[in-house]
Design a protein around this ligand. Structure first.
Ligand code: NIG
Ligand code: FE
Length: 383
């Protein structure tokens, strides 16, 4: 990725009106901003987060340090279920306050669009509560939010031993109600040994499609369930994690135009040893996005630029691929490629100025935050 040495961007009514090397002589601007040599990028897009939750899982982190595995903790009733307990108990204002703090951190790192999943409610009321909080966060902050219903994240305790009945509840009640209220922009599921089977995932996807909602999938994170191919069959926007995906899954994603969302924070925090097959994804031309996966169990971070560094060091992605992963390809992972992700006329004027000379510096620094200025819909908005 070669940055252009100089250039201008004209913004009108929150959209990019013109982009070029030199300001045309006839252009009349009501207001001019000098970039002062800073690097201009599209606003960053965090296309996979579980931002709305209560509490934290520092205690489980300590258990894992003593040798317990993520799966063992989950099977013993901890893991996602422990966050579900706290999230169900939390009233809406305190859930919103805790989530808003994380959202502002994301914004301070240049995020202008964020995807937020439910998935710590796991009942009709609690899932709707989480999605309402996500929508309210968007109303109260200078950031765009896309919501994803992830009721099929884990089996709630009241459905113990009755996973298929919980899938009935999702397909027959939770999903239609979330759709009716306009609270879900997409539907996701966790297809894995500690999540749901491919057959159960298929039923969730069928219900989503019947309601006209696009799907995404937590696929091949801990084992190969052939979830990527299943997601591709449903024309999924993205298949996410993918550490254990095989070539057939990658090829199916390529054919369907499904984006690979890679989550180096979770890989790092779980000390996974199998990185996603980057060479295979490249060979098949599958677009690779990067996201924080911000959640209390596997990726307690709001630092999207740090994910660029991790993707390069841990997955051997190039710095240019990493930046595309949080801009162009992240937009596509949300179905927002027509309006976001690149600096082009007609797109939303979501832009960041960074105190760096070259884009590679964004991936090179460990934990820095060189964001200088941030524009959302053409307005300067620093959280
Ligand atoms: O993306 N894998 C499933 N879901 C989350 C983790 C959720 C949790 O542990 O609370 C993830 O890694
Ligand atoms: Fe996730």
């Amino acid at each position: 990725m070669t940055p252009s040495a100089a250039g201008f961007v004209a913004i009108e009514a929150g959209r990019i009106a013109q982009v070029g090397a030199a300001v045309p002589s006839g252009l009349q601007a009501a207001h001019e901003i000098d970039g002062e040599g800073a690097l201009l990028t599209p606003g960053l897009i965090d296309c996979h987060t579980h931002l709305v939750y209560a509490g934290n899982r520092a205690r489980e982190f300590e258990l894992r340090l003593q040798g317990a595995s993520y799966e063992e903790i989950a099977r013993a009733g901890g893991g996602i279920r422990s966050t579900v307990r706290l999230t169900r108990e939390a009233d809406e204002p305190s859930l919103e306050a805790a989530s808003a703090q994380r959202l502002r951190e994301l914004m301070r790192h240049g995020v202008t669009t964020v995807e937020i999943k439910s998935g710590y409610g796991l009942s009709l009321d609690a899932e709707l509560k989480c999605l309402r909080v996500a929508r309210r966060l968007a109303e109260r902050h200078a950031v765009d939010v896309r919501t994803t219903l992830l009721a099929a994240h884990a089996l709630p305790p009241e459905f113990e031993g009755r996973a298929d009945a919980y899938i009935d509840e999702i397909a027959g009640r939770i999903l239609p109600e979330a759709a009716r209220l306009g609270l879900a922009d997409a539907v996701d599921a966790f297809c894995d040994t500690i999540g749901f089977t491919p057959a159960q995932t298929r039923r969730v996807f069928e219900a989503a499609h019947a309601l006209g909602l696009p799907v995404k999938l937590h696929a091949e994170q801990l084992s190969n369930q052939h979830g990527a191919a299943l997601a591709a069959e449903f024309g999924a926007l993205s298949a996410d994690h993918l550490e254990h995906v095989d070539e057939a899954g990658v090829a199916a994603m390529a054919r369907a135009g499904t984006v690979a969302v890679l989550l180096p924070g979770a890989y790092y925090f779980l000390r996974d040893a199998t990185p996603p097959p980057i060479a295979l994804l490249r060979r098949h031309g599958v677009p690779m996005a990067l996201a924080t996966d911000c959640n209390p169990g596997t990726s307690p971070t709001t630092h999207l630029p740090l994910m660029l560094n991790m993707a390069c060091t841990l997955f051997r992605m190039t710095a240019a691929e990493a930046l595309l992963g949080v801009t162009r390809h992240a937009a596509r992972a949300l179905g927002l490629q027509a309006s976001r992700g690149t600096i082009e006329a007609g797109k939303q004027a979501d832009l960041c100025l960074w105190a760096v000379d070259h884009p590679a510096e964004l991936a090179y620094a460990i934990g820095a935050s060189p964001l200088r200025r941030r524009f959302h819909h053409g307005r300067e908005q620093l959280p």
